[in-house]
Design a protein around this ligand. Structure first.
Ligand code: NAI
Length: 299
């Protein structure tokens, strides 16, 4: 399902106190967007660092994370995923007001049950598929950007309305709208890209280089041809706009023939099996999340 501006009531978030836990890439962009959407009760909770200074320069009065949590009806959890569990346990959990809504911008900690959630807490995800600077620039320029939304826990019965209200106020329901997803789906796809797709792509480039290098070709020529020219970036951009196959029209006949005839010889079974193992055994089973917790604890 896709949600548009018409599905949202921004007055819901305007009537609440919104506490930002973190004022980094997403925190700053989303807080500024909310403020420009006439959400007047915004509190920035931040540790004493350069991000807090930035918040001050932007006209906010940052307070401690604990204090922000004590005041917030809506908690925007926008610190790095790997720090969320510790900060939750040490600074957030014991200061949460009754009937609060937690908003996450990534599914990881909710999907793998790393946060000890109060029974009366609603949990939603508003996850822009866009870097923070892009979330801010596009809001100011009135340009849409992709975003996933989901309701993970709906104790009040109004979690979806709150979720869409926030998504709309940060500019995420404009244009093509915000796409319904889930923390599990968002985290699963993200981790899969990080642990299956991109490592494989990097290994392919590395082995491509090794074979060409062994054949005596110069490093400069190999690397320019492989990616320093930024041709792959161009190809990916065209693929996003027009599709992987349709962008082949920009390549020569020789290139098209070479790419398609070779690709069709791959049945993909080996790689599909490998990818399934990464997704099922490592990611969706929660094994990776457990390993990360141990890694963070230094075990
Ligand atoms: P960031 O790295 O910019 O976070 C910096 C903020 O976290 C600062 O306010 C800093 O004071 C605070 N912080 C860092 N370590 C801390 C600690 N140990 N204790 C307390 N505060 C700490 O984070 P970013 O990139 O904005 O990510 C926030 C959330 O948004 C994450 O869940 C991330 O997955 C999600 N997200 C990020 C996107 C991006 O493009 N950066 C895109 C979409 C979602």
């Amino acid at each position: 399902k896709i949600y548009h501006d018409d599905d949202a009531d921004v007055d819901i978030v305007r009537s609440k106190t919104v506490a930002f836990i973190g004022y980094g890439n997403q925190g700053r962009a989303q807080a500024l967007n909310l403020r420009d959407s006439e959400v007047n009760n915004i509190i920035i909770g931040n540790i004493d660092d350069d991000y807090a200074k930035q918040a001050q320069e932007d006209g906010f009065t940052p307070v401690s994370i604990e204090e922000a949590v004590r005041q917030g009806d809506i908690l925007m959890l926008l610190i790095p995923d790997e720090d969320q569990q510790t900060v939750w346990n040490e600074k957030i959990r014991n200061n949460i007001k009754p009937n609060t809504t937690l908003v996450v911008a990534s599914g990881y900690n909710v999907a793998f049950n790393l946060l000890d959630l109060p029974d009366d807490m609603d949990v939603v995800m508003v996850a822009p598929r866009m870097i923070g600077a892009g979330v801010r620039d596009r809001y100011v320029q009135n340009i849409p950007y992709p975003c996933f939304v989901s309701v993970e826990k709906d104790v009040s019965g109004t979690a979806l309305a709150t979720c869409l209200s926030i998504a709309c106020a940060i500019g995420a329901t404009r244009g093509n709208g915000a796409v319904s997803s889930s923390c599990r789906e968002e985290a699963g796809i993200d981790l899969f890209a990080e642990q299956a797709l991109w490592p494989e792509i990097m290994a392919i480039f590395r082995e491509g280089y090794n074979v060409l290098h062994e054949a005596g070709f110069s490093d400069e020529a190999i690397l320019f041809d492989m990616y320093l020219s930024k041709e792959p970036a161009e190809i990916f951009e065209r693929a996003a706009d027009e599709g992987f196959v349709k962008q082949l029209k920009y390549h020569s006949r020789t290139s098209q023939y070479g790419q398609l005839s070779t690709m069709n010889r791959h049945d993909g079974k080996d790689i599909r099996e490998k990818f399934r193992r990464v997704l099922n055994d490592n990611i969706l089973s929660g094994n990776f999340a457990k390993k990360m917790v141990k890694y963070k604890m230094g075990c």
